[in-house]
Design a binder for this molecule. Sequence first.
Ligand code: JCH
Length: 246
Amino acid sequence: MRIDILCLFPETFASPLNQSIIKRAREQGLVNIAVHDVRDYTHDKHHTADDYPYGGGPGMVLKPEPVFEAVEAIKKQLGVSEVPVILLTPQGRLFSQSVAQELALHPHLMLICGHYEGLDERVCEHLATDQISIGDYVLSGGELAALVVVDAIARLIPGVLGSQDSASSDSHSNGLLEYPQYTRPQVYRGWSVPPVLLSGNHGEIAQWRRRQAILRTARRRPDLLEKGNICEEERKWMLENLLSPK
Ligand code: JCH
């Protein structure tokens, strides 16, 4: 998969894209990520990328010309015409694991990161094919949102996760929050690992994990429970245990 990122602060990406799983995926050639500076597509001597908003008001707006020209130049250079052009914005559709799964199916994506108080609406209307928000809070720009999107997508590309990590058993892929995990030591500061996990009974362990995932989801994220495919027996157990402390 190829991902082209257009932004005003390309240095933002250097460290996060050169760590851990994404670094390994890039080295293996499973994902090819290129970061482009929108300022390189300006023509004036000051490399002006922003301007005052028409109609007045606070802040500055990212100009349309360098953004259009950057997308067009990169498409031409790569010899592609049909590529999703995704704008990161607080006004976009909400990002989720299912949006990540949908985007991971494309062989090529372009991500546009604005800055300032926003960008010219003509970019949204006539250049972007999709607009995504990573959550209902306002960031200083699209760069951190793009990193979140790239990270979530990259780990879904076949071969990116080692056999150790598994995308399909991750939190959210089954619609429920992850069950509690423990490692050694068996007792830490007097707090013991639940005995069932030491029992060697794989059926009991699977049932305990499933029930803990349901209970945790019901308590912390009841909005997710509908998608969790809880059976009647599980629902009964959940309601009986929901009231007991933690
Ligand atoms: C962005 C800004 C004031 C935007 C500029 C470009 C995405 N989920 C999510 N939160 N925030 C963003 C995001 C993405 C791109 C840009 N800003 C800052 C500041 C605004 O409205 C008054 C809008 C924020």
